[in-house]
Ligand binder design. Sequence first.
Ligand code: NAP
Length: 330
Amino acid sequence: MDSLKIYDTIIVGAGPAGMAAAIYAARAELSFCLIDRSYAPGGQVLSTYEVDNYPGLPGLSGGELSDQFKKHCDKLGCTFVTADITDITPGHIAPNGFFTEIDPGSQGLDSVNELIFMISTGEGESYLTKTVIAATGASHKKAGIEGEDEFAGVGVSYCATCDGAFFRKKDVAVVGGGDVALEDAIFLSRLCKKVYIVHRRDTFRAAKSLVTKADAIENIEFVFDSVSQKISGNSNVEELAVKNVKTEGERVLPVSGVFIAIGITPATDLFKDLVACDEAGYILADESGKTSMPGIFAAGDIRKKPLRQIITAAADGANCITSVEGYLTK
Ligand code: NAP
């Protein structure tokens, strides 16, 4: 453990929020590093086939956009660490020079001159930092359909761009009605024979442009007002049974793959005992990124916010660095 170095900030998560924060931190000449457990920076963006709403860079794939972010970080000399963080512990440097933990629920937080966080990793490393930026994003939600767990990886997938190629010339279903479901269906329509989009209501939540685009694709069929009830088959997926919530009519879709795209759940495991979160688990923080715990800032999809897009995640990263600078000079 490097017991001497105390970073100005450590950014946790290398998606658009984390990498934007790194770019701003480098320009602000803060001492920092960015830690992510994945060797491939990008977060959820990596599984986006085509990003068509990031200004100035139309039509790039999620992987290409992430590459651009990473190259920009590299140009500014940002340090990326690949490690699985296990704990973030608030404390301070005691007069004996050692890091001493403080119970975040106690009054101790107010009594220390300078709050320091120790970040411990599964690889056995520890890092000390004055501030932490929580940018761990979110992960795919499970739908709770009968057979979903049984067929996970053998027909049930949460990432069309990762697994779509396994279903070339086959029939598949996408469950969900948001941007991701429509994007996935459009992507899959180029590989698969037929794509059903199964949505529980009769209007999509997705952007109108995506709905128009999907509607014009011949091998995409919208299955509205329908809940998915059972995924079945022998060793692989063969059917998805759905039920119309208005007519109660049941239908069996003969599919080899079911792509679940019903939204995301915030990746707050590391932070939920340190900062206040809403009932869905998102960290409560305004645009400044300030959380209920001094020194911890939240950026990107992990934050409670009205619009979760790559551009809003990147904006959060920038805002957090301004807040960190304000906090450090206070
Ligand atoms: P989302 O916008 O939350 O949509 C989830 C969809 O799944 C909704 O249509 C919802 O139905 C449906 N759903 C939720 N729970 C369900 C269940 N148990 N069973 C069946 N259907 C269920 O999620 P998303 O599409 O994954 O997108 C996540 C976030 O990323 C969004 O904020 C989105 O805008 C953003 N995003 C951004 C970009 C970009 O920046 N280019 C690209 C893709 C996604 P209801 O409509 O009935 O609630």
